[in-house]
Design a protein around this ligand. Structure first.
Ligand code: FEO
Length: 170
């Protein structure tokens, strides 16, 4: 059985992960519209990873004999200005997800739920990687500034990103 307070924050985290998927899909659609197909691919792959993040939490709650409580997913923003603005938004969003994950870790400790505290470590490490990946894109976009040729070549590079399923098993 899982502690009720911990169960609540895990359910809230499922919602945040699925919202993240929606947000990345909205960004992918924007990039597709402006012809940056590599950026569209990168954000679409990220959306699939976010669904995995949500599903891992879903499976974990079930494995702990808890109750999954799916909540309404907010509509994501859909008007964007340029790639740098989008990636700045992504960074801001991922920082908020990191804070949310840290709150799950903190709640697990407060409630002496060491299984969840241990489980959530995977997410803490994942957030370090995600923030770093986003900062990498931001640095490059700042470096290119208005150089369209560099942007074109970088877009081709981002097209190479492939989806790899994330999974979890107790
Ligand atoms: Fe699942 Fe991008 O955090």
């Amino acid at each position: 059985m899982i502690n009720e307070k911990v169960e609540n924050v895990l359910n809230a985290q499922i919602n945040k992960e699925f919202y993240s998927a929606y947000l990345y899909l909205a960004m992918s659609a924007y990039f597709d519209e402006i012809g940056l197909y590599g950026f569209a691919n990168w954000t679409k792959v990220q959306a699939r990873e976010e669904v995995d993040h949500g599903m891992i939490l879903f499976d974990y709650i079930i494995d702990r004999n808890g109750t999954v409580n799916l909540q309404q997913i907010d509509m994501p923003e859909k008007s964007f200005e340029n790639p740098l603005q989008v990636f700045n938004k992504i960074y801001e969003h991922e920082r908020s997800v990191t804070e949310s994950i840290e709150c799950v870790a903190s709640m697990s400790e407060e409630e002496c739920d060491m299984a969840t505290r241990n489980f959530i470590n995977w997410y803490i490490a994942e957030q370090v990687e995600e923030e770093s990946n986003v900062m990498d894109v931001i640095s490059k976009l700042k470096m290119f500034a208005d150089d369209k040729t560099a942007l074109y070549l970088y877009d081709k590079e981002l097209k190479e990103r492939e989806y790899k399923a994330h999974s979890y098993k107790l």
